[in-house]
Design a protein around this ligand. Structure first.
Ligand SMILES: [Zn+2]
Length: 174
C-alpha cells in the first residue's frame, strides 16, 4: 500500500526556523531553543515544545504560531506536546540567536547561568549587588546600570548604558 509522502524532518525544522518569537520577533523559535523534537508518528506530526517558563504569556501564542506555520504548509495531522523536563534555560539560545539579540540591541543572557532556582537566585543577588556586568549591546561598555527588574516583557530587565546613554533590555537568565 502506498503512503502519502510526508515532508521530511529537516524541511519541517526549516519552516519552524522561520517562525518568530512573539516577544522578540528578531529571533525565531528555533533560535530560542524551545523546540525539542519534531517527529512523524504514523501520519501525525508531533512537535515537542518546552515553554520558556511556565506562566509565560507567550506560550499560548507560540503554540498557535507553530500550528499556523505548519498548517499553512499543508500539515493536516498535527500534535503539539509539552515537555517540562528538563526546563528551558537561556543556555539553549543558539549562537545565531544571541547574535541576533545583540544586533537588535538586547543584551543576550550571560553564559553559565541556568534555570536552576538556586543559581538563578544567586545570579539575581549578584545582579542586585552590581557584581554581574551586563555589557551594553550597542557600544560594548561595561558601565551599565539596571533601571528596572522588568523590561518590555517579564522575561527582560531594563538597563541603561552610562557611556552611550542608551537604554536597553537584558534577556534575563531564568
Ligand atoms: Zn553603550
Amino acid at each position: 500500500m502506498e503512503k502519502t509522502p510526508h515532508p521530511d524532518i529537516p524541511e519541517i525544522w526549516r519552516w519552524l526556523s522561520e517562525v518568530p518569537d512573539p516577544e522578540i520577533p528578531v529571533i525565531s523559535l528555533t533560535d530560542l531553543g524551545i523546540i525539542r523534537e519534531v517527529a512523524w508518528r504514523e501520519d501525525t506530526l508531533v512537535v515537542t515544545v518546552t515553554p520558556t517558563y511556565s506562566g509565560c504569556p507567550a506560550t499560548t501564542i507560540i503554540n498557535l504560531d507553530i500550528e499556523k506555520a505548519l498548517r499553512d504548509r499543508g500539515i493536516e495531522k498535527l500534535r503539539l506536546e509539552r515537555r517540562l523536563s528538563p526546563p528551558w534555560t537561556t543556555d539553549w539560545l543558539t549562537e545565531e540567536g544571541r547574535e541576533k539579540l545583540r544586533a537588535y540591541g538586547i543584551a543576550p543572557p550571560i553564559d553559565g547561568t541556568n534555570a536552576d532556582g538556586r543559581l538563578a537566585g544567586r545570579v539575581s543577588r549578584l545582579m542586585n549587588g552590581s557584581n554581574l556586568t551586563i555589557a551594553c549591546p550597542r557600544c560594548g561598555s561595561a558601565a551599565t546600570e539596571k533601571i528596572s527588574q522588568f523590561g518590555s516583557t517579564p522575561c527582560k530587565a531594563s538597563y541603561r548604558c552610562t557611556d552611550c546613554l542608551e537604554p536597553f533590555d537584558y534577556f534575563k537568565c531564568i
